[in-house]
Design a binder for this molecule. Structure first.
Ligand code: 2BA
Length: 107
């Protein structure tokens, strides 16, 4: 069994949610915040069998768009590590982590 963490733009989250639900996948949504842009995004937790992973990724990919967004002028972005970053950045579609599940209990 696998647990997927999928970080999705808030503007796409309702489409990802309905796409996953229509395809029969269980979903938990968490309201999250990106550490770089400090703007809201949505993290989906999806527990599935190993053979369903590719199908879930395809649903998420289908509904998660890439966007070019301006970097807000804020001191947080002028730290040494990001000083040379461009004024616009591409965000998304989705960032997905896939974790092996040791045990799954539903008691
Ligand atoms: P944020 O951290 O707000 O990042 C938004 C976008 O800013 C990123 O888009 C990327 O294009 C850019 N970015 C992030 N850190 C940067 C840096 N140090 N220098 C220059 N540009 C930077 P995405 O890569 O599509 O990420 C969207 C959101 O997914 C992120 O929002 C974060 O919440 C999450 N995420 C992405 N990669 C992650 C990772 N390795 N671990 C945890 N969360 C991650």
């Amino acid at each position: 069994m696998k647990l997927l963490f999928a970080i999705v733009n808030n503007d796409d989250s309702k489409y990802v949610n309905s796409g996953l639900s229509k395809a029969g996948f269980p979903v938990t949504k968490i309201a999250t915040t990106g550490g770089f842009l400090m703007s809201g995004n949505t993290t989906f937790l999806i527990g599935i069998n190993d053979e369903q992973v590719d199908e879930v990724i395809e649903v998420i990919r289908k509904y998660s768009k890439k966007r070019v967004v301006p970097m807000p002028p804020d001191p947080i972005y002028t730290t040494a590590s990001v000083h040379a970053a461009p004024a616009k950045i591409t965000v998304g579609g989705a960032t997905i982590f896939i974790i092996d599940v040791e045990r799954y209990l539903h008691v």
